[in-house]
Every structure is written in structure tokens, then in C-alpha cells.
Design a protein around this ligand. Structure first.
Ligand code: GLU
Length: 446
């Protein structure tokens, strides 16, 4: 069966870097295996799910180039859940309970006080049909629990954590359905993973104990258990993922000038034994993806590292990739000259302004002003061409006796209004003969 993975966000908020990391890894797992990556919108909770978040999830995935090969919405699948649930009822694998939250809390405390694991005591299993009828007559509606098979050891070989074993008897029978008939996350997820042909479930380690009970749900529904892998969570550089980082949405990152390639390069490798590198080529990220390289320790997300990586990625981006983000008139050669100076694509505008002018007039000491005026005179006599900077400066070196910084820096200042910037040899042809003469003359006459 072709590898099929899924990303299953609840549309109750915007995706943050942690969710995106899970989406990316599922996408990579599928791409590497030549399989399918599916999007499942977990919107069983009608009150908290919002259409705008569904749209934002799709937009964020598209921005990152993580398009899904198919999409399902849980809210459109209630009939299926009902049918599958009926099978569990018929098989005696779910049962009706009536305890209130307070009663359950009390039971928990009593068990803990006796030194027993705080699991549900299955008291409701003792209720007979007459009891249920009496409850119904009194207007009491049941919630439903899954009956774990205590004799069936729970085990799987986790793709990240290695062999996992759980004792079913040490776990509470999970509630699958509330008294109002609504679904908790657990069962619909299993039903969908079966129906959608999901072969690999890769998610955060906060789901490990869910997996333990879900393994038995797959079996109870007569399905093969998919391969499970639980990755360590993403934390901030100083521990927990801070409120700010934890809620860093893609729109904010986009606004901060982070390119999708940078986020992907970082999140693909963070928390693995492979080095984080500025890899812009998606193919390379895909082929090097390896669950076996994932560590058990939390992955540390550091915004400064993302910013650094982003700059390194920007330096590689081809013109066609960024053309739409560049100022009007800025062409491929200008992009290539300017690119090494950027930490964000949006900064290209400032450098394009330097190319097209006007630039700020520098304040020169008298001898520098005279030197720049001399440069204007020399340039006026030179044939223009791609190597004009080399010819200009070697001629000036000879005539002025200047060298090094004294030779180059006044020219850079006069031509760009700045102390640092792109390679002048490449920049001067972009500025053009007329602009260059104008700037040198203006600076030289101060
Ligand atoms: N909607 C669930 C969540 O966001 C999905 C978990 C899963 O991948 O099964 O936690």
C-alpha cells in the first residue's frame, strides 16, 4: 500500500510553527516514499471551529509549498462515524456511563488516596438494561466509553521513540462520545485514518497515550494498525515554547520577511541529528528526511536561528522566485548583485533606490572631495563597460597615489551614500554612466 500520511489540524486557531513542523514532516514522509499527503480538517467541534481558520490553514500550507493530495472534513463525515460507532456498540466495545465530572474527580481522589492508579473504575459496566431505562426515564443521558481489552497488551514500534508498551489495565477506558451525542477527538480520528487509508501517523508526543488506546480501536474496527511515530515537541530556546513563539503564525513570519524555504529548512532538521543548513532545494530536504534521525529531546526553536537561515536562503533565491516581490524595473542582474546584502527580500527596495538614485550626499573632508572630483573627471574620459570599476580605480590609484580604503571608500560613499553595500564592480554598471558621473560630481563639489 502506498504510504499515506495526514495532517489533522483543528480549525480553532491559526497554525503556529509547532503545527507547521508536524505538517511538514508528514508531507516529507509522504513525498520521500512517493506516497500521498492528506489534509484532514478536525472540525467536529462546531462551536469552536471557524471557516476563516480553515481558509488560513490551506493558505499557510500553500505558502509553504505543502499542498495536500486530498482533503477531508470531519464535519462532513458524521454518518460514517455513526455507522462505525454502531458496530462498536453491537460488538460490546463501548458502554454507557453517567458519572458527572465532579463524581469522576471524587473517584479519582479516593483511588489516589488508596494508592491506586487514578483510572476509571468501570462502575457503569455493572448497570443492567433496567438501570439504563430508569436513567433514560429520569432524563439522564449517557456518555460512551471505549472498553479497553485488558488482556490485550498494547505495543507498537514507534518510528521515533522505538518499542512502546502499555498495560491496558493501567489506563482509563476513554470517553468517545459526550452525552449530547458529540464526538471527542479519539474515535473519529481512528475511523478516518482507516477510511482514508492512512498508513503512517506522525504527530506530537503529546498524543502517545491517545495512541495507546487508539491502537485497540483500530483492532476493534477490524483494521490494521498504521505505523505510529511521535516526535518530541518544539520548545523555545529557553525552555517551553513561549506564548509569543507558540502563537507565531505564518502571516507574522511572512510579514517579518521569512521565506517559506527558510522555515522549511529549519523545521525539517530541528530536533534531528542532521545539521540545520540553508537548503533551498526542496528535493534535497525530501531525500535527506529520515525519521531515524529524530531525537527524543525537545526540538529548540530559536527565532534568531531562523532569521540567520533566512538571510542565507535569500542569498540563493533565483530572480524568477522573487521577481514579484521586487520593485518595478529591478531585473535579474540587479537582483544578483544586491542579493548577498539582504537579510530579507523586501530590503531589495532600499538597494534598488541606491541604484536608481538619488542618494544622500556624503560629508567629505576637503581632500576626499577633491579626490572624488578627480574621479568624476577620470570617469568622464573612460569608455563605459562591465569592467569600468576596475579601470576607474586602477587609473585613480596611479594618479592619486591612494590605495586600499582611501582609494575605494570615498568612491563608494559618493556613489551609494553608504559605507557598506554590494560589490562596487557589479554595482557601478547598474548605476550607469550618467548617474555615476552626476553623483561623483555632486559629491566632489561640496
Ligand atoms: N486534531 C488533532 C490535533 O490537532 C489531530 C491529532 C492527530 O494527528 O491525530 O491534535
Amino acid at each position: 500500500m502506498a504510504t499515506t500520511t495526514r495532517f489533522a489540524p483543528s480549525p480553532t486557531g491559526l497554525l503556529h510553527v509547532g503545527n507547521i513542523r508536524t505538517a511538514l514532516h508528514n508531507w516529507l514522509l509522504a513525498r520521500k516514499a512517493g506516497g500521498r499527503f492528506l489534509l484532514r480538517i478536525d472540525d467536529t467541534d462546531a462551536a469552536r471551529s471557524r471557516e476563516e481558520y480553515v481558509a488560513a490553514i490551506r493558505a499557510d500550507l500553500a505558502w509553504l509549498g505543502l499542498a495536500a493530495d486530498g482533503e477531508e472534513r470531519q464535519s462532513a463525515r458524521f454518518d460514517l462515524y455513526e455507522r462505525e460507532f454502531a458496530r462498536l456498540v453491537a460488538a460490546g466495545r463501548v458502554y454507557r456511563c453517567y458519572e458527572t465530572a465532579q463524581e469522576l474527580e471524587l473517584k479519582r481522589k479516593v483511588r489516589l488516596g488508596r494508592g491506586l492508579p487514578p483510572v476509571y473504575d468501570r462502575a457503569a459496566l455493572a448497570l443492567g438494561e433496567a438501570d439504563h431505562a430508569a436513567k433514560a426515564a429520569a432524563g439522564e443521558l449517557p456518555h460512551w466509553r471505549f472498553l479497553l481489552d485488558h488482556d490485550q497488551p498494547i505495543a507498537w514500534d514507534d518510528g521515533v521513540r522505538g518499542p512502546q508498551r502499555f498495560d491496558a489495565a493501567a489506563m482509563s477506558d476513554p470517553v468517545l462520545r459526550r452525552a449530547d451525542g458529540s464526538w471527542l477527538y479519539m474515535l473519529p480520528s481512528v475511523i478516518d485514518d482507516i477510511a482514508m487509508g492512512v498508513t503512517d501517523v506522525l504527530r506530537g508526543e503529546d498524543h502517545v497515550s491517545n495512541t495507546a488506546t487508539q491502537v485497540q480501536m483500530f483492532a476493534a474496527l477490524g483494521a490494521a494498525v498504521p505505523a505510529f511515530a511521535h516526535e518530541a515537541l518544539l520548545v523555545g530556546s529557553e525552555g517551553k515554547l513561549s506564548k509569543r513563539l507558540g502563537s507565531l503564525g505564518m502571516a507574522e513570519l511572512r510579514e517579518a520577511g521569512i521565506e517559506p524555504e527558510a522555515l522549511v529548512a529549519l523545521l525539517a532538521r530541528l530536533g534531528t541529528s542532521q545539521p540545520v543548513e540553508p537548503i533551498a532545494a526542496r528535493g534535497e530536504i525530501i531525500t535527506s528526511f529520515d525519521l531515524a534521525s529524530f531525537g527524543r529531546a525537545p526540538a529548540r526553536f530559536d527565532e534568531a536561528e531562523l532569521t540567520r537561515l533566512n538571510a542565507q536562503i535569500v542569498h540563493q533565491l533565483p530572480f524568477e522566485r522573487v521577481a514579484a516581490q521586487l520593485p518595478d524595473g529591478m531585473g535579474a542582474s540587479a537582483w544578483e548583485v544586491i542579493r548577498p546584502n539582504l537579510s530579507r527580500v523586501s530590503e531589495a527596495g532600499e538597494w534598488w533606490q541606491v541604484v536608481t538614485g538619488p542618494v544622500a550626499l556624503p560629508e567629505f573632508a576637503e581632500d576626499d572631495a577633491a579626490y572624488v572630483a578627480q574621479a568624476a573627471a577620470v570617469l568622464a574620459e573612460l569608455a563605459w563597460g562591465e569592467d569600468v570599476w576596475a579601470r576607474l580605480t586602477s587609473s585613480l590609484q596611479e594618479s592619486s597615489g591612494r590605495k586600499g580604503k582611501g582609494l575605494f571608500q570615498p568612491l563608494r560613499l559618493a556613489l551609494t551614500g553608504r559605507e557598506h553595500g554590494p560589490d562596487m564592480a557589479a554595482l557601478l554598471p547598474l548605476i550607469g554612466r550618467e548617474g555615476a558621473l552626476e553623483r561623483l560630481e555632486a559629491a566632489g563639489s561640496v
